[in-house]
Every structure is written in C-alpha cells, then in structure tokens.
Design a protein around this ligand. Structure first.
Ligand code: NAD
Ligand code: UDP
Length: 324
C-alpha cells in the first residue's frame, strides 16, 4: 500500500484530499496543527486503518524528525492559513508570521523529507502569486503584480518563496516536485473564516445581509472542492508533471455582485446588502487560464456554481460551521 503525507489535512481542501486518497486505496498520514483547521473535518476518517492523524506544526524541527520515521511515496504540502479576511481570527492576517513560516520553513522541511524518502512532492500555491493581475485571464507564464510588503504579502510572498524553494529542489536535488496554483475554491467543511462564498452562504442561511466590499464589480472564479481535489490528484500522479506549474480553478468568472445573486437564488431568499470599503490590495479581476491542466492532466472542472452552491447549502444546513 502506497503512503501519502498530507499537511493541512484537517483543513477544508486537505480533508477532502484525505477522503479521495483513502478512497483510492492509499494509506494517509495527515499532519495538522489545527491553527485554522478542525478535527471535525477528519472525524469520519479517524477509525480507519489507512488513516493516521498527527497533530503537529510543520515548521517545528521535532515534527520533521517525527515524520522521518515513516515511509512516504507522495507528499502533499497544503498546510497554511488561507483566508484574507481581516475580520476573521482564522485569517492569514491574524497569523502573518505563522503563514510565512508554514510556506518557507515548513516547505523546506517537507522538501527535505521528500528527498530523504525518495517521494513525489506537491506544493499548494495560489492564484495570489499573480497579485492584482495586469494580464487576464492568468496563464502560468504570467509573473504577477504583487505588493511585496503589503498586508497580504505574508501569504503572497510566502507562497512565492515556497514556489521558488520547490524549484530549487527540482533543479539542484533532482526532486520530483510540482506546483499547483489554486484559485478560489468553495464547498462543504469551509470554516466560517470570512471567505466570500462561505460568508454569503452562512449569512444567507441566518437571514442576515451580505457584506459587499467595494462596489462588488471585482471578479473571482469559483471552483467546487471535488473538482479541485481531482486536479490536485492528477497533478501528483500524472506523468510529465515534474517541475511543472498548473493553474487549478474553474474558469467561469463572476463579479462579487453576481455571486451574491447566485447565493440568494440558491437559498431562494431576497438579497440584502451592506457595503464595506474594499480591503487594501484586493485583486480586481481573477480568472485562471487552465489550458495547460486540460492538456497535460486531462482535467477540467465539471461542477457549475449553482450546483456547487446547492451541495454546500445542504451541508451547512446539517453541520454548524467551524468558527475560531
Ligand atoms: P484551511 O485553513 O481550511 O486549511 C489549511 C490547514 O493547514 C488547516 O487545517 C491548518 O490548521 C493547517 N496548518 C496551517 N499551518 C500549519 C502548520 N504550520 N502546521 C500544520 N498545519 C498547519 O485552508 P484551505 O482553503 O483548505 O487551504 C489549503 C491550502 O490550499 C493552503 O495552502 C492554501 O494556501 C491553498 N489555497 C486554498 C485556496 C482556496 O480557495 N481554498 C486558494 C488558493 C490556495
Ligand atoms: N468579499 C466581499 N464580502 C465578503 C468577503 C469577501 O465582498 O464578505 C470580496 C473580497 O473583497 C474579494 C472577494 O470577495 O474581492 C473574494 O474574497 P475572498 O476573501 O473569498 O478571497 P480572495 O479571493 O480575495 O483571496
């Protein structure tokens, strides 16, 4: 049985990835310090023989040494806070140093582990490496337009450093590694961390107003989590992916105003809106060009926004959201 290490495996995307890997017949070691994730997300996996949870911080030397005792075939590094919302204690703005370290020191530990174990590695990067993009849609070849020391830089520059480090290990240590740049992803098990889809869904369920930052004309492209996890899986397991970077996201682009309409329609409610100022460095447009992933990974998302929202709403009607 092949073994996968998933860091950040008790988080939103990581827990769905653990599910997929266990379903595909892998043994999964999930490492998470629960800074933004929750054991609730993996409670259903805990009794399984093929699943092991290790509560640990990937930036600690002790964690590295503890992980050295296992054998791994595939290492997925997802551990990092991911929400930019300043109002949430679960955001990377609430944990800026931890975010930088998870993507720098943490990435180095995991690359060293990859080398020692002769494993394959995948780094979970982000569309934020494109910053407020001047090229649209964004291709992997675009270098981005990032504020190197603004509020979001702990995340953006942390991920850019993690990408650079990954490529150094590919070039100088012959490591079999790839990078995926994840665009806005949504679905069940998102924490109540202020990211726009979960925020609108939870407020809508409570009959509260949606808060629109700025004039709501800024755009994002929303990918349902099962599609994203399929893309991550293919990026790790497909041949000819060593040293490659892939955009993973749904290319269907919506303004925040259009998203508010879609969530209200999915909930069958009248939309109520409050306005709030646009946060600093909030990207004005974001849409992935996924032609590379389509060609090399034979991957394309299949869940439309209205269908994904329905699944997410059904989930949150039954499961209270995780708050800090
Ligand atoms: P999440 O906050 O739900 O999951 C991140 C997990 O990492 C959490 O369980 C957290 O406790 C854990 N973690 C953080 N620092 C850690 C550390 N030092 N040691 C061990 N565990 C640690 O967020 P998510 O949305 O599931 O994001 C997962 C990954 O995908 C992140 O790397 C994020 O940057 C990336 N990503 C997500 C999106 C998205 O839209 N969800 C977009 C772009 C990139
Ligand atoms: N946003 C909003 N209301 C909210 C949360 C977010 O208008 O309650 C906006 C935010 O300003 C951004 C977009 O929605 O333009 C997406 O924000 P999110 O926090 O989901 O992630 P981002 O794509 O900025 O990393």
């Amino acid at each position: 049985m092949k073994t996968c290490l998933v860091t950040g495996g008790a988080g939103f995307i990581g827990s769905h990835l653990c599910d997929k890997l266990v379903d595909e017949g892998f043994r999964v070691v999930c490492v998470d310090n629960l800074i933004t994730g929750s054991e609730q997300n993996i409670a259903h996996l805990k009794g399984k023989e093929a699943f092991l949870f290790v509560k640990s911080d990937v930036t600690d030397q002790e964690t590295y040494e503890k992980l050295l005792t296992e054998r791994y075939d595939f290492i997925f590094h997802l551990a990092s806070p991911a929400s930019p919302n300043a109002t949430s204690p679960l955001s990377y703005l609430a944990h800026p140093l931890e975010t930088l370290l998870a993507n720098s020191v943490g990435t180095k530990h995991l690359l060293d582990l990859t080398k020692k174990k002769g494993a394959r590695f995948l780094f979970a990067s982000t569309s934020e490496v494109y910053g407020d993009p001047l090229e649209h849609p964004q291709k992997e070849t675009y270098w981005g337009n990032v504020n190197p020391n603004g509020l979001r830089s702990c995340y953006d520059e942390g991920k850019r450093f993690g990408e650079a480090l990954t490529m150094v290990y590919v070039r100088t240590h012959a490591i079999d590694a790839r990078i995926v740049r994840i665009f806005n992803t949504y679905g069940p098990r998102m924490a109540d961390d202020g990211r726009v889809v979960v925020d609108f869904v939870l407020k809508g369920l409570k009959g509260e107003s949606f808060t629109i930052y700025g004039d709501g004309t800024q755009t994002r492209s929303f990918c349902y989590v099962s599609d994203l996890v399929d893309g991550i899986y293919k990026a790790m397991l497909s041949e000819k992916t060593k040293g490659e970077v892939f955009n993973l996201g749904n290319p269907q682009e919506y303004s925040v105003n259009e998203l508010a309409d879609a969530v209200a329609a999915a909930l069958k409610i009248e939309k109520k809106i409050e306005k709030s100022p646009l946060p600093a460095d909030d990207p004005s447009r974001r849409q992935p060009d996924i032609s590379k992933a389509e060609k090399i990974l034979n991957w394309r998302p299949s869940v439309a926004l209205d269908e994904g929202l329905q699944k997410m709403i059904r989930y949150f009607k039954e499961h209270p959201p995780i708050t800090a």
